[in-house]
Design a protein around this ligand. Structure first.
Ligand code: ATP
Ligand code: PRP
Ligand code: MG
Length: 285
């Protein structure tokens, strides 16, 4: 039977959440420790555990069909690779940073300077776009230390919380791009594998929509229903059920995770009582 070949980071920032996502999609993986390849037991999927940095080339060559990878790495190494889904984890940005003691007014201050980075293409493209001439030093890790040891005047690297920059006395001065984990697809994927990919995408979308939403149940006196329903969006419209007690109803709806607390406050102010909030495992709209 034909299987979809998916690459997942072998170890590192993306590994755990990539596997958790497949698990939430109901895909079980026959997983021994330190394996390089595994098969799903209940879905036509073969998992390849690879270095993040090697994945763009494997996708280009069509050795694998798709991958969970940091978007920033596709910008760096995989222009011709399509992104078919944003996965909402490993959010970070690729930024330029300089010593916190340097007077920095604009990108022009980097003219003629040395910049250390693991992302030379991303950095060079940004410099070119801004008409800046700088010397790039390509290093593969611990980039933030470069200015402190006199190797460079600035760096271009991944920033998330900013604590690595802070610890190294650096300040972020330009955000080149924002990134998150994405589902990327080989330009050489066949029709059969594409069919399996569409099934996987459908599952991923249902899981991510569920993660972003909460199911809310509440009680309200009937004369408050109109006001409460105005606050609740719901998938189509809220569900309304009579309570055993005369003159009261139960209202059910779906609320976005990000606006959830504000909505609850409004619901309480509008007369809602006994509010219950439940996670949603999958959401198919
Ligand atoms: N501090 C961070 N916070 C959030 N996301 C991050 C962070 N650092 C890296 N990432 C994201 O996770 C991806 C993988 O980063 P990680 O450091 O685990 O691997 P790597 O060193 O780029 O790759 P390799 O697997 O080749 O060793 C990055 O490409 C980026 O998209
Ligand atoms: O803004 P922060 O939250 O401090 O995160 C940024 C740091 O995280 C990543 O390194 P990682 O820890 O993955 O180590 P690595 O350099 O060995 O990949 C990245 O290369 C930065 O150094
Ligand atoms: Mg890293």
């Amino acid at each position: 039977m034909q299987k979809l070949k998916i690459a997942i980071q072998k170890s590192g920032r993306l590994h755990d959440e990539s596997l958790a996502l497949l698990k939430d999609c109901g895909i079980y993986i026959d997983n021994g420790r330190d394996q390089l390849k595994a098969s799903a037991t209940n879905f036509p999927l073969e998992i390849y555990y690879l270095r993040n940095g090697d994945i763009p080339q494997y996708l280009k060559d069509g050795v694998i069909d798709c991958a969970i990878i940091g978007e920033n790495l596709l910008v760096e190494k995989g222009e011709e690779i399509n992104i078919v889904g944003r996965l909402g984890f490993s959010k970070c940005r690729v930024s330029l940073a300089v010593s916190k003691f340097m007077k920095y007014n604009s990108i022009k201050d980097l003219n003629g300077k040395r910049i250390a980075t693991s992302y030379p293409k991303t950095t060079q493209d940004y410099l070119d776009k801004n008409g800046i001439n700088a010397e790039l030093h390509i290093i593969n890790g611990s980039v933030e230390i470069a200015p402190n040891i006199g190797l460079a005047d600035a760096i271009c690297d991944i920033v998330s919380s900013g604590s690595t920059l802070f610890k190294n006395n650096l300040k972020e001065v330009e955000v080149i791009m924002k990134s998150e984990a994405v589902l990327a697809v080989s330009p050489n994927i066949s029709d059969i594998e594409n069919n399996i990919l569409e099934k996987l995408q459908f599952r991923i979308k249902s899981v991510l929509q569920g993660r972003d939403s909460r199911y809310v149940l509440l009680n309200a006196p009937n004369d408050k229903i109109d006001d409460i329903i105005k606050i609740l969006p719901g998938m189509k419209s809220p569900t309304l059920l009579p309570l055993a007690e005369e003159g009261w109803s139960s209202i059910h709806s779906v609320v976005n995770r990000d606006t959830f607390w504000e909505v609850i406050e409004e619901l309480k102010a509008a007369g809602a009582e006994g509010i219950l909030v439940c996670p949603i495992e999958k959401m198919i709209v």
